[in-house]
Design a protein around this ligand. Structure first.
Ligand code: SF4
Length: 355
């Protein structure tokens, strides 16, 4: 498999491609025009493009399938050069705001949820991706290409702000080197210019890797998929909890360098009759004492074959009210894409199950 041009920072490309002004032009084609192949790069000499194509591909993936929800969520199945597939999701977080004359006063806000691996080793029992096992890590370029592909497909101009969450298939911290490289490439000023504070690494809680990410000082947010307040249930949901238990994760979070204005997001997947009771809410408050935290309650989204159930709206609201009344910031995540295959791994399962 040839490397992609998206695998490299501009500086790294300048070390491999001369003269440097051509790299600046190529960078523009990649990140401002979302070029898919060398043909699109109109101001690059033909001979240079031929030479480059011997060693690089422009784009390491293609859109194989997509499903659009009525709420604007679009789930993509993406195929890599080796035929492996993974998913990315385009999420509309806020609608466009207009004034009384119909003039746009604020553009719609979007977040892209990207994958970091094909499959996953963590084995969460509520996750379809886990059922397919682990295939391979994504390269930095394959991570970057997801954002380029989705921005292109939605005609989202390169300079329009976008947030990234590393929350698709795979455990990002299990592919830390490529993740860190992708974060740097996204931050490039002449590229997509997506700052660290617009990027959130969501982890199932590899406590030692949380420390490593912290030491890299990339300025990113972290989100922790906590999901349970006692180790017994957490190990049932996330077997890896045996090696990285709740207290080790909480301690690692306390050590993570975080801007004093930022909060650490704790994701809590609420499953009916498993962790939706007020006793769990009380324990959660205790656990997060001393952390500037925000809790995001997520409805479990049932998929065919799962034994877990979606909680009631009333139980979600009581849980949220308990946390808020005890000083925690807490939101209930809108269940985006409920009418499509919104939980990770579902579109892949559906598409490939049909092939
Ligand atoms: S929920 Fe995330 S970490 Fe857990 S198995 Fe699925 S992809 Fe991996």
């Amino acid at each position: 498999m040839k490397p992609s041009l998206l695998d490299f920072t501009q500086k790294e490309l300048m070390e491999q491609i001369k003269p440097s002004f051509r790299v600046k032009q190529i960078y523009g084609w990649l990140y401002h025009h979302y070029a898919q192949d060398f043909d699109a790069m109109k101001n690059i000499p033909k001979a240079m493009k031929e030479e480059l194509s011997q060693n690089f591909v422009v784009n390491p993936l293609r859109i194989k399938n997509k499903e659009e929800s009525t709420d604007g969520t679009i789930k993509y199945l993406l195929e890599l050069q080796d035929g492996k597939t993974m998913e990315a999701v385009w999420l509309k977080m806020k609608d466009t705001q207009h004034d009384t004359n119909g003039i746009v006063i604020q553009e719609a806000k979007y977040t892209i949820c990207v994958s970091t691996q094909v499959g996953c080793k963590v084995g969460c029992t509520f996750c379809l991706t886990a059922k397919g096992g682990f295939t391979r890590d994504l390269t930095a370029g394959e991570i970057v290409a997801q954002v380029v592909a989705l921005k292109r497909d939605n005609d989202h101009k390169h300079n329009r702000k976008i947030n990234i969450v590393y929350m698709g298939m795979g455990e990002p911290l299990d592919n830390l080197d490529n993740l860190a490289k992708a974060i740097e490439i996204f931050k490039e000023e002449e590229g997509l210019c997506i700052g660290g504070k617009r990027q959130t690494v969501s982890t199932s809680g590899l406590s030692n890797k949380i420390d490593k990410l912290g030491a890299m000082d990339l300025g990113v947010h972290i989100a922790i998929s906590l999901h349970a307040v006692d180790d017994k249930l957490r190990t049932e949901l996330i077997p890896m909890n045996k090696a990285h238990n709740i207290s080790s994760i909480i301690e690692a979070v306390k050590r993570f360098p975080i801007d004093t204005r930022k909060r650490v997001m704790f994701e809590y997947l609420v499953i009916k009759d498993k962790n939706d009771d007020l006793g769990s809410a009380k324990k959660l408050v205790k656990l997060l004492t001393d952390i500037k935290a925000k809790v995001n309650l997520i409805y479990f989204n049932p998929y065919p074959g799962t034994e877990y159930k979606r909680p009631t709206r009333a139980d979600m609201v009581s849980f949220q009210e308990y946390l808020i009344n005890h000083g925690l910031l807490c939101t209930i995540r809108d269940s985006k894409g409920i009418d499509i295959s919104a939980a990770c791994g579902q579109l892949k399962e559906k598409t490939e199950g049909e092939l």
